[in-house]
Design a binder for this molecule. Structure first.
Ligand code: NAD
Length: 368
């Protein structure tokens, strides 16, 4: 990973451009990575990988074992988006296990990506898109939702039975202490790179799994004396996200609560084209992707917003390569371009200058 010169690195990045707007937005993120690498004398070795519909077209399946092996040989993977229009694309004539989305589930499982990170950032310049009142969001907000991704209710035993003539369905929510400890450690590590505040969200007044969650999170917190830990019940958290989102730094929570809260948090930022995400495993490896989908309605038109993918690339530099300064530079460049009034169509408002996908990528590069 380290280059010949002191402080320089050779970054081995897997690239899955994917389907729809994927190739367009990933191209811009690569431009920004290249510009940043050049400024700091790093080198980047890209490995192009096929997944989703693009892989079905070539290999007949959405993700091959060879692609998984190539992804594992990289330090991190940048993903655009996968999938097509479910009504018109031939990919959706295939059985569910062969459709584009199955590739995404498989790669997450194969790479053991148990920690999902979704930043919800409201830029002051885009506050018009936020559905909350201005006095609540004045100055913007910046939080990170850290969601456990491979345990809990979505992976527990389930069954539907008929008992005494009554249909009854069961889903079980199980966590063991090791699963909680590894995500908690990741959450505190990430808080150390931010404002050093963790809000652990649970339902410890009702659920045993939440009581264990709280106990283990407290144990982990003891190793991070600089980080302030608070606990919050999930119902209260859902309220606080719209009442006072500025109070949050890292929100650490289990799978289902995180699923719901991360969507709520992203909604209050107002724009899908701005939302980055990362999924990490126990090593430094991560899969970085925009939160949005492949947007088949605008694919090929050169108008998609590449910022979510560019910010995902910045997260990659920060969390997989510990290149915090380089990540800061990219994030600041995005802020600068917004401040200067440039917008893609999805975040366009009166009096601003509209640019396309490549134009936005070029502008961000110009501030690096
Ligand atoms: P979508 O996120 O692709 O699109 C929803 C709306 O947001 C559309 O109007 C789209 O034009 C817009 N949009 C999304 N990203 C944008 C961007 N960067 N710039 C400007 N506008 C943007 O969601 P969908 O339409 O429900 O799904 C389309 C396809 O994407 C489906 O096949 C779905 O399965 C897939 N999908 C993939 C991922 C992924 O790869 N992780 C995630 C979600 C959906």
């Amino acid at each position: 990973m380290f280059g010949k010169e002191e402080g320089t690195m050779n970054l081995k990045i897997g690239v899955i451009k994917g389907d729809g707007i994927g190739p367009e937005i990933v191209t811009e993120a690569m431009k920004v990575l290249d510009k940043t690498a050049a400024r700091y004398n790093h080198t980047i070795e890209y490995t192009q990988l096929l997944m989703g519909g693009a892989s079905i077209d070539v290999n007949g399946i959405p993700l091959t074992d060879e692609t998984v092996a190539s992804a594992k040989a990289c330090d991190a993977v940048l993903l655009g988006s996968i999938g097509g229009d479910a009504k018109t694309s031939p990919w959706y004539q295939l059985e569910p296990s062969k459709r584009p989305e199955a590739g995404l589930l498989k790669i997450r499982k194969e790479l053991n990506l148990f920690a999902n990170l979704r930043p919800a950032v409201l830029y002051d310049e885009l506050k018009g898109a936020c559905p909350l009142k201005e006095e609540i969001t004045d100055g913007g907000f910046d939080m990170m939702i850290m969601r456990e991704l491979t345990g809990g209710l979505y992976f527990g035993d389930r069954k539907t039975v008929c008992e005494d003539g009554v249909m009854t369905a069961y889903d079980s929510l199980t966590y063991n202490e090791n699963e909680i400890r590894r995500i908690a450690k990741r959450g505190f590590d990430i808080a150390m790179k931010r404002r050093k505040k963790v809000t652990s969200v649970d339902k410890a007044n009702v659920l045993d799994s939440s009581r264990l969650w709280r106990k283990i999170v407290e144990e982990v917190a003891a190793d991070y004396p600089e980080v302030t830990l608070t606990h919050m019940l999930v119902d209260n958290c859902a309220m606080q996200l719209v009442k006072d989102p500025r109070q949050f730094d890292v929100i650490l929570t289990e799978n289902m609560f995180g699923d719901i809260l991360s969507d709520e948090a992203s909604m209050v930022t107002g724009s899908i084209g701005m939302l980055a995400s990362a999924s990490l495993n126990e090593t430094k490896f991560g899969l970085y992707e925009p939160s949005g989908g492949s947007a088949p309605d605008i694919a090929g038109k050169g108008i998609a917003n590449p910022i979510a993918t560019i910010l995902s690339a910045a997260m990659m530099l920060r969390y997989s390569f510990d290149l915090d300064e380089e990540a800061d530079v990219i994030e600041a460049a995005v802020g600068e371009v917004l401040k200067k009034g440039y917008r893609t169509i999805d975040i366009m408002s009166e009096g601003k200058t509209q640019v396309g996908t490549a134009g936005m990528g070029d502008l961000i590069c110009s501030f690096i």
